[in-house]
Design a protein around this ligand. Structure first.
Ligand code: GUN
Length: 299
């Protein structure tokens, strides 16, 4: 008889799944170029020089080039006036070569994030962060023009791993505008019974223990222990936390919100960090940009 310690979760290979999606996108992009002489365009705007944001933005721009999407790179200084950023967004809204606009978050404190996100044309809101798109995501029977990339990537990982959502108990850990809140809405739309736990929830593990699907998006290194996971559950780890590691040349390594080694002994499926959700976020952004371009062309 196998003892519980022999169990090993299926590790979901986000990198491989994202690569498959990226090649599907690349072939669609080349058809658009050949048939309609249209090249999808994505504007990626970054304000300031936060190291993490710079690294995300450079991954997004490189991924565009790889699938044949034209990227418009806008790098603005930390102290750019809000009015100047708004003018830039307006210019991109009016540019017919641009089908998607992404303003990397977080923005410096002197800039009103809500104002900027609301300024992006709904038809170009490839991040799905416009309040109207989020509002439609929250409502029954309404469909946003774009779904936020990381939440969409989480559901794509589940569906491409053969994990159904309908009727399942899902627990989302974290309630951020970028991940926790929209992924909970998306799971609800997919007919899960959804609980959101957060920093003010007493005894979060009592909810997590009941979950068939756990989406961890708290931004707390390895806070979810193996003993909190229901045997056989699907665990999607969105956390990307840098922890000190003197054995690495860089001095740090990335870990998720879940204690991966422990959770592997209990979960049915689990995503690694890195190489789980991260590559899907980028792939979904490319997919949204392609969708935006196709909508304009009428395809
Ligand atoms: N900051 C962290 N994640 C994201 C994202 O998906 N989009 C944008 N625009 N900013 C982010």
């Amino acid at each position: 008889m196998a003892s519980p310690s022999d169990h090993h979760a299926t590790v979901i290979d986000g990198k491989a799944i994202a690569q498959t999606i990226r090649s599907e996108i690349a072939s669609e992009v080349s058809i658009l170029s050949e048939k309609y002489s249209k090249v999808p365009g994505l504007a990626v705007v970054i304000v300031g020089c936060r190291k993490d944001s710079q690294s995300y933005v450079s991954m997004k721009r490189k991924a565009c080039a790889e699938v044949g999407i034209k990227s418009f790179d806008i790098d603005l200084p930390e102290d750019v006036p809000e009015a100047e950023l708004i003018a830039k967004v307006d210019e991109l809204n009016a540019n017919p070569q641009v089908h998607g606009i992404l303003v990397q978050l977080p923005l410096p404190k002197h800039i009103n994030e809500e104002k900027i996100l609301s300024q992006i044309s709904l038809e170009k809101d490839v991040d799905g962060f416009h309040p109207l798109n989020i509002g439609k995501l929250a409502m029954k029977g309404r469909d946003p023009l774009f779904l936020p990339c990381t939440p969409k990537g989480c559901l794509e990982l589940l569906s491409r791993s053969g994990i159904s959502i309908k009727g399942k108990k899902a627990v989302v850990v974290g309630r951020s505008n970028i991940v926790g809140l929209p992924v909970s809405l998306l799971l609800l739309k997919a007919d899960a019974t959804v609980t959101v736990v957060h920093s003010r929830t007493p005894d979060p593990e009592s909810y997590i223990r009941e979950a068939d699907i756990v989406i961890a998006a708290a931004g707390q290194a390895m806070m979810i222990k193996g003993s909190w996971i229901k045997p056989g559950a699907a665990v999607i780890d969105v956390g990307t936390n840098a922890v000190n590691d003197p054995s690495r040349k860089s001095g740090y390594r990335l870990v998720g919100d879940v204690d991966f080694q422990e959770a592997c002994k209990v979960a049915g499926w689990i995503t690694p960090v890195p190489g789980g959700v991260g590559p899907l976020t980028v792939a979904m952004l490319l997919q949204n940009t392609l969708e935006g371009a196709k909508r304009v062309i009428g395809q």
